[in-house]
Design a protein around this ligand. Structure first.
Ligand SMILES: [Zn+2]
Ligand SMILES: [Zn+2]
Length: 226
């Protein structure tokens, strides 16, 4: 991807962002500690339901892989200007330590390639956690499984606050939440459970089994905006 193609892709990304938020470019925000004006290239104020999130975006074209130093720089700036999250979009790769460092911090920092960002920064992949109401979950994971010769795939994301997992079953289009206390049955019907830090999926034998699952008072279903 050359410089111009990257710039264009980033431009498209900002348009996507402005569909569910406000994108501001080249602004200054006072540092929460020193009061000094800090330069921010892109600032995205995103709204999910009644919550708003302030997200620092770094989408500079880079010659080198994103490294720990880059991540720390963004984290410090994001912190100083009170961002809720930060996203590094890059044309280049990133190092493993950079990824580890990004995940380690309390602030939600993600590193995406431009393709990942274009794929993920769409409204229906961002959802407010309905269990803790504390974090916005990004459906940035996906997986495949095979049951009786049928391959199914799903999208999922985890709340950083309460660890609940959001599943979007691509077979039936149903969406639900699972965590240590709650399993969920989609319309397929497959039973989804979270056990030992991983997702387990079972095929339900008949509809009555599904009825039982749905009548479980612990069961939660979520309604995404279609
Ligand atoms: Zn949560
Ligand atoms: Zn399903």
């Amino acid at each position: 991807m050359n410089w111009q193609e990257y710039q264009e892709a980033v431009g498209v990304l900002y348009e996507q962002m402005s569909e569910f938020g406000i994108v501001r470019k080249n602004i200054t925000i006072p540092d929460k500690m020193t009061g000094q004006a800090r330069q921010v290239d892109v600032w995205w104020e995103m709204k999910i339901e009644n919550h708003s999130f302030k997200i620092l975006i770094d989408a500079k074209k880079r010659k080198d892989k994103v490294d720990v130093k880059d991540v720390e720089e963004i984290l410090m700036l994001a912190n100083a200007v009170n961002a809720d999250k930060a996203i590094i979009v890059t044309n280049n790769e990133w190092t493993k330590p950079a990824e580890v460092r990004a995940k380690f911090d309390g602030l939600d920092l993600r590193i995406f390639s431009i393709d990942e960002a274009s794929d993920l920064i769409v409204e229906d992949k961002w959802v407010m956690c309905q269990v803790c109401n504390d974090d916005c979950v990004v459906l940035d994971n996906c997986g495949f499984f095979e049951i009786q010769g049928l391959v199914n795939w799903w999208l999922g994301g985890q709340c950083r606050s309460c660890k609940s997992i959001y599943i979007h079953c691509q077979d039936c289009g149903d969406k639900g939440i699972i965590n240590n206390d709650t399993s969920w049955t989609c319309n397929c019907p497959y039973l989804w459970q979270f056990k030992n830090e991983s997702i387990e999926i079972y095929q339900c034998k008949n509809d009555s089994e599904r009825e039982v699952e749905f009548s479980n008072p612990q069961q939660m279903r979520i309604d995404f905006k279609e």
